[in-house]
Design a protein around this ligand. Structure first.
Ligand SMILES: Nc1ncnc2c1ncn2[C@@H]1O[C@H](COP(=O)(O)OP(=O)(O)O)[C@@H](O)[C@H]1O
Ligand SMILES: [Mg+2]
Length: 382
């Protein structure tokens, strides 16, 4: 019998595919139950969206309505409105599954959403539709929420609304007006907790902590760390055991270190191990390094990414990747990559500004995109 691969890396996960994070789950549930707003940030691919999915599907009671809105692809206020409406429709639908009750719900909702037409679409899976009659999307968003809040209050319900990739707001036209609108909504919320998540730490914190900005002090900050190494290791080997495989601790530590703890990359390598190996194989340090190289070799889009930078920046990127972000101005490294210290310094400044490279409090440099780092190292060395 074929055993399904227990490691997923290209889709948000929950349930059996979800590893660890007991404390974070408990913290989030507590904030949501207390109707506290949450500002969650972490690098991309650490697992913010998956954590939301896990909490929403397995850890909240049914009388808390759940909305997960990903605004990554939104480019204007109309699209933002459409995303929000869809999220709200789904949250209301999720709370009632019986068809008879659903049609009663639609009648009830129509009384609340006065400036919209509420209907039930029954072809295929039932769908709830709330169509605004207003053409001003700012107005439409505002009334949508205020009617939603009224409905919650009258029915003794609670809600959580996650707006994922929230930093996107900043890049939209009229972003200040949108920030202002969403701030007003968050302030007038009833029985609701908002979760704002994002991967651009500096942008997000500037929105929430700058006293001149609309979102000033609107929620509690929640930095999502990588999954702890030990917990991840045990979880991985439990699943490897389905095929009688075992990853040695030194091999896993190497992977975790190379990946800077990034969940997605670790999962992808584990997926490959599980796919390629047979009964009783033991994965040691050499073997895991081979698999890491194979995975990285295939990521050819990194070449396009690299070509967006100037030659000086390209060399500086390679230098940072090779040195793992510490002591980057050593003479032998500078000469290997053919850059002067001054050039490396000015390139680094621009890379930090762009957010490709991060600097921690101790001065160590890291890549926003771990796969890009590993690929750069791979091509510099081969
Ligand atoms: N707790 C977890 N357990 C197992 N896999 C996870 C976990 N969190 C994330 N992943 C994996 O990593 C990938 C990236 O996670 P995602 O939730 O999309 O991150 P983010 O929203 O922070 O960018 C997911 O597609 C999923 O496969
Ligand atoms: Mg995400």
């Amino acid at each position: 019998m074929r055993i399904k691969n227990p490691f997923k890396f290209d889709i948000e996960v929950a349930g059996d595919f979800f590893c660890g994070r007991k404390q974070e789950i408990a913290d989030l549930v507590e904030h949501i139950e207390n109707e506290t707003n949450i500002i969650m940030f972490a690098k991309r691919r650490i697992g913010k969206s998956s954590l939301l999915k896990e909490v929403f599907t397995h850890h909240l009671p049914k009388n808390i309505l759940k909305t997960h809105i990903d605004i990554y692809s939104v480019s204007n206020i109309r699209e933002l409105y459409l995303k929000i409406v869809k999220g709200i429709e789904e949250s209301l639908l999720g709370f009632e599954s019986n068809l008879k009750k659903l049609s009663r719900l639609v009648d009830k909702l129509q009384n609340y959403f006065a400036n919209a037409k509420v209907s039930l679409v029954l072809s295929g899976k039932p769908q709830l539709k709330i169509e605004a009659t207003e053409k001003d999307y700012f107005q439409a968003i505002e009334s949508l929420f205020s009617h939603y809040f009224e409905f919650l209050a009258d029915h003794n319900l609670q809600a959580v609304i996650a707006i994922d990739e929230f930093q996107k707001i900043v890049s939209l036209n009229e972003s200040e007006k949108i920030e202002e609108l969403l701030r007003t909504i968050a302030n007038k919320r009833v029985n609701t907790s908002f979760v704002y998540t994002g991967s651009k730490r500096n942008i997000l914190l500037a929105m929430f902590n700058d006293s001149g900005r609309a979102f000033f002090k609107l929620g509690t900050e929640f930095e999502l760390p990588p999954i702890s190494k030990n917990e991840f290791y045990l979880w991985v080997n439990e699943r490897m055991a389905l095929k009688n495989l075992r990853v040695e601790i030194s091999a896993f530590e190497h992977l975790y270190h190379e990946a800077d703890g990034e969940t997605r990359f670790i999962q992808q390598v584990c997926h490959e191990i599980f796919r390629l190996h047979q009964n009783k194989d033991i994965i040691d340090l050499n073997r895991i390094q081979e698999i890491i190289c194979d995975v990285i070799r295939k990521k050819t889009y990194n070449a396009q990414l690299l070509n967006r930078y100037t030659a000086a920046q390209q060399n500086t990127l390679k230098l940072i990747a090779s040195s793992n972000g510490v002591n980057i101005y050593q003479n032998d490294l500078l000469s290997t990559f053919g850059v002067s210290k001054a050039t490396a310094q000015s390139s680094l400044r621009s890379l930090l500004k762009e957010g490709v490279i991060f600097q921690d409090l101790n001065g160590a440099l890291s890549f926003e995109d771990v796969e890009f780092k590993l690929w750069l190292r791979f091509i510099s060395e081969s």
